[in-house]
Design a protein around this ligand. Sequence first.
Ligand SMILES: Cc1cc2nc3c(=O)[nH]c(=O)nc-3n(C[C@H](O)[C@H](O)[C@H](O)COP(=O)(O)O)c2cc1C
Length: 334
Amino acid sequence: MTDKTKALMARGAAFLGSEHAILCGAMSWVSERNLVAAISNAGGFGVIACGAMTPELLDAEIAATAALTGKPFGVNLITMHPKLFELIEVCAKHKVTHVVLAGGLPPKGSLEAIKEIGAKVICFAPTLALGKKLLRSGADALVIEGHEAGGHIGPVSTSVLAQEILPELAADNIVFVAGGIGRGEAIASYLEMGASGVQLGTRFAAATESIAHPDFKKAFFRGHARDAMPSVQVDARLPVIPVRALKNKGTEEFTAKQREVAAKLDAGEVDMHEAQLLIERFWAGALRRAVIDGDVESGSLMAGQSVGMVTKEEPVADIITQLLDECGAALQGR
Ligand SMILES: Cc1cc2nc3c(=O)[nH]c(=O)nc-3n(C[C@H](O)[C@H](O)[C@H](O)COP(=O)(O)O)c2cc1C
């Protein structure tokens, strides 16, 4: 790592307690003990994806990850998880140092509960106004994640979010940039704009240490940016958070699922909250089928637009070295 990269990453690395300010964003089913420990052992910052895990499963996953690495790592909790507060207790038991809250605004009391256990809270800021609000509410750091990212996405591109948010917040706060980062040159530019570090998902999903099924990885090696498309909302009454994934038969099945859930909503069988939970459960199941079972036809191949830059299976350490080399070269002489 060059001195310039080190200097620009210093705040982020100190905040995370890692060597480099490069997070591997939590990816449900993918970000389990092996990938998380590999990222942290390579000097990055791994984050366990709790997703729909029960408190018991999270308990076991944190313990197993800690057995594989002595380096810091985080836990990503989804705000709409019905047992969010129990999951926070599990994090407390293991003295987890960083909790990432994903999937919407943190419910009342959750930020406080995490801070009470002595962990740092990282939140996603979809707009400048919400970023300011989250910081006022006690968030210790923000991630701004653009439309290019894999998985659940917002409507605004990373480059625009970075221009809107970094000049306002990055001087006095820790802000990580995510979405569409495939090479170190992009990392260099966000660091120069004031970001404390970056978060990547897609680049790491098919790494050697990832337990994803070989067919899931092959789909990544074959995929191009234009294949990683956002899901489409079919019913105006049922707002679903778009998900970016490689196009396949599962894309159509999601359309059918939305119609089914919308019909339930019409019939009064479920309310809006339940309807959204049904949609999220669909994604969790479909992603599991693709990642674990290798069903690349009807499973969900969540991937960001940077998937075109994932061409072969590589160890996490090599990916991180490559990103840092590219970042260092781009910053040289600037
Ligand atoms: C397969 C996959 C699953 C993901 N699952 C989650 C998740 O469970 N929770 C979350 O906060 N983000 C999730 N993400 C987003 C990543 O954490 C990360 O922010 C994103 O991948 C960064 O953008 P990039 O894919 O362009 O690198 C997922 C992304 C992918 C590709």
